[in-house]
Ligand binder design. Structure first.
Ligand SMILES: [Zn+2]
Ligand SMILES: [Zn+2]
Length: 103
């Protein structure tokens, strides 16, 4: 076993911690240029107000300043996720029915 068990999704680089890995994937110029042709959208956005940022450092400092009513934002976020869960559960059930057909 090696200490560097966190591997970059896009290049052979390996890291000792997951946060180093994530940082590398977002900031390493070499790594980013190696996947120029790959359509990957890294979304860095505030979960409260949906404002987007170009770096996670900017997002972190924004979190301290974000003035959105977090209670309201939390409720709508919760609703949105519950809807997703329902949709995904329905999809899974549908897949399950399809499986049954071929048993
Ligand atoms: Zn990489
Ligand atoms: Zn915000």
């Amino acid at each position: 076993m090696t200490d560097k068990k966190y591997k970059c999704d896009y290049c052979p680089a390996k890291f000792t911690t997951n946060s180093n890995r994530l940082k590398h994937m977002k900031t390493s110029k070499m790594c980013l240029s190696s996947r120029q042709n790959v359509e990957i959208e890294i979304e860095i956005k505030c979960i409260w107000c949906n404002e987007t940022f170009i770096s996670s450092i900017m997002l972190e400092s924004h979190y301290e300043l974000c003035t959105v009513n977090k209670e309201n934002a939390y409720m709508s976020l919760k609703k949105e996720y519950e809807k997703r869960i329902e949709e995904l559960t329905a999809e899974l059930e549908y897949a399950n029915t399809c499986l049954d057909l071929y048993v």
